[in-house]
Design a protein around this ligand. Structure first.
Ligand code: ADP
Ligand code: MG
Length: 566
């Protein structure tokens, strides 16, 4: 069985396609959403998901969230003494999802379709594949998230012909795709996005506001507050409150006192004006590339948890002069699409009629020297495949030497839209030896091939020598090498992962600790007593008693904690 995985910045989901439909798989806590969070527990075990995210407020130095933002960089994220790459942390999330699916399906799961933001570059895509490998999953396909949402939408609505725009605002990324659905064929017309814009940026607005508005804090206290996990939790809660209400109260323990501040939705929205502005550009670009007017769209499909904010719905309504579709679950659609793609790969008969074609959202080319009016200009970008070309695709371009007697051509392969080569992202270089000849007398044919996963292969052919150099692209330094992956595999194997069947207990303990830090006085004492009793019971290892008490402890925590869960 190939599973579909939505590996999100904030939340991840796993799904399968069975008996003609998509099915989301619950985790050990019974939730469909697993927070993409990792924490190192006090006993040295690794916690994944909700128990890990609960520790963000109390043990932020031992907890990692939103690490998808670091995919495809060699940035190290610290968990106490451990230091991990985003690929490794993502692999731990994937491993947990895999275990959930295996428990649910009763069979081992080794193949997956994993979704990525359409705007993920070559390096970030390779990083996602590496994360899959580290989790013991063969990544059958990388699928663009809005395309996945489009597949799920197409299958759910089953209209004859529709042109729709998928607007996906998640925790850390923003993706837009324009798709056309016609008689079972889902075709992506254009994609655009911003991999550094999402719900977290709206939380940041609230954190900044709180620090600015909190009275009588010196610079050092303000700096400390900026790092405080409890402030993140309070700001996340306030953001969600402001989705439901016109006003919210943010409360936080700062040193020895409680700081309580009120904020209206109107003021919050004013402070988010810059972020809303940044959402417009990918929207405009996707429509322009698809050669469409906003009015010719059949439907606007909002996905991603952050699209629930009223200001987002209002912006979309104003921009497109119509209300966005409401029948799609913004959290689940991408995962369902991943399961559909997995079934397409497995050639499920129920999907016989469905065909998908996708595009790559950015241009790929090489850096060249150009001659204009007899003058030479270095560092020019020469695109070989332009953005929003349907994949798979293969294109050839011929380049020639610029110097007499030149014996080497260095192909500097880049991705992006800037006319300046150096402003685009370096994917790698390829060195091609050539026989010395007068300039312009020797050429090299450069072939670029994109596959359906959005991964690139480069081939250089020199007609003068008959030689072909294939894809020995010198890797970008940020892509994990084979050796690094092997080392990481060993590292992950050596980690002690908190057992799946004890996940709920770990969650309740982490939650109680957060509430203890949050509350004062009598309530705090009660929490402490309940926690001590529960921990003592866990030591007794009496499974029946533990389960019974677990339920009681949970309802007690539910009764005093009304904050967001997922
Ligand atoms: P990702 O795909 O990046 O994992 P999700 O689609 O799960 O992200 O969306 C997570 C984002 O949605 C978070 O920033 C979260 O705060 C935000 N979010 C979820 N529910 C709400 C809500 N009711 N109001 C505002 N933001 C919300
Ligand atoms: Mg998402």
């Amino acid at each position: 069985m190939i599973v579909g995985i939505d590996l999100g910045t904030t939340n991840s989901l796993i799904s399968v396609f069975r008996n003609g439909q998509t099915e989301l798989i619950p985790n050990a806590l019974g939730h469909l959403l697993t927070p993409s969070a990792i924490s190192l527990a006090d006993d040295g075990m690794i916690l994944v998901g909700l128990p890990a995210r609960e520790r963000q407020a109390t043990h932020s130095h031992l907890t990692a969230t939103a690490f998808k933002r670091w995919m495809g960089t060699d940035h190290n994220i610290k968990l106490g003494k451990q230091s991990m790459r985003a690929e490794e942390l993502s692999a731990l999330v994937l491993k947990a999802l895999k275990a959930d699916a295996e428990a649910w399906l009763g069979e081992s799961v080794t193949e997956a379709v994993i979704t990525v933001p359409a705007y993920f570059n070559d390096v970030q895509r390779k990083a996602t594949q590496a994360a899959g490998r580290l989790a013991g999953l063969k990544v059958e396909r990388l699928l663009n998230e809005p395309t996945a949402a489009g597949l799920a939408y197409g299958l759910q609505e089953r209209t004859d012909h529709a042109t729709f725009l998928v607007f996906d605002l998640g925790g850390g990324t923003f993706d837009v795709s324009v798709l056309e659905y016609f008689d079972g064929v889902v075709q992506v017309r254009a994609s655009a996005g911003d991999t550094r814009l999402g719900g977290e940026d709206f939380v940041q607005v609230l954190r900044d506001w709180f620090i600015e508005a909190a009275p009588d804090l010196n610079a050092k206290e303000k700096a400390g507050l900026a790092e405080d996990g409890a402030l993140w939790h309070a700001a996340e809660q306030a953001k969600r409150d402001l989705t439901e209400h016109e006003m919210t109260t943010m409360r936080l323990q700062c040193l020895d006192r409680s700081v309580v501040l009120e904020l209206t939705r109107a003021e919050y929205e004013r402070r988010c004006a810059g972020l809303l502005q940044r959402l417009r550009r990918p929207l405009e670009r996707a429509l322009m590339d698809a050669k469409l007017e906003p009015s010719s769209l059949t439907e606007i499909v909002l996905v991603g948890g952050a699209s629930r904010m009223p200001m987002i719905r209002q912006m979309v309504t104003r921009l497109f002069a119509r209300l966005p579709l409401r029948t799609i679950n913004p959290d689940e659609t991408v995962a369902r699409g991943a399961a559909i793609q997995a079934a397409l790969k497995a050639r499920d008969a129920a999907l016989d009629e469905l065909v998908l074609t996708d595009v790559m959202p950015y241009s790929l080319g090489v850096v060249v020297t150009e001659e204009v009016d007899g003058r030479r200009y270095d560092d020019r970008f020469s695109p070989i495949i332009e953005r929003n070309t349907a994949v798979p695709v293969s294109r050839v371009q011929t380049y020639s030497t610029v110097q007499d007697g030149q014996t080497l051509i260095i192909l500097d392969v880049r991705q992006g839209e800037s006319p300046l080569g150096s402003e685009n992202l370096l994917l790698g270089t390829l060195e091609v030896s050539i026989p010395p000849k007068p300039r312009g007398h020797i050429g090299v044919n450069v072939r670029f091939s994109y596959d359906v996963n959005g991964l690139l292969e480069v081939e250089a052919h020199v007609p003068a020598t008959g030689k072909t150099i294939q894809s020995v692209i010198q890797r970008n330094a940020d892509v994990m090498t084979e050796i690094e992956i092997k080392i990481a595999l060993e590292k992950i194997k050596a980690l002690k992962i908190h057992p799946r069947d004890k996940q709920e207990n770990a969650y309740l303990i982490a939650r109680a600790k957060r509430l203890y830090e949050d509350r004062l006085g009598r309530e705090r004492q009660d929490i402490s007593h309940a926690l001590t009793r529960f921990e003592a019971l866990l030591d007794s290892q009496d499974e029946v008693l533990i389960r019974q008490h677990n339920r009681e402890f949970k309802s007690y925590l539910d009764s005093i904690d009304k904050s967001f869960v997922l």
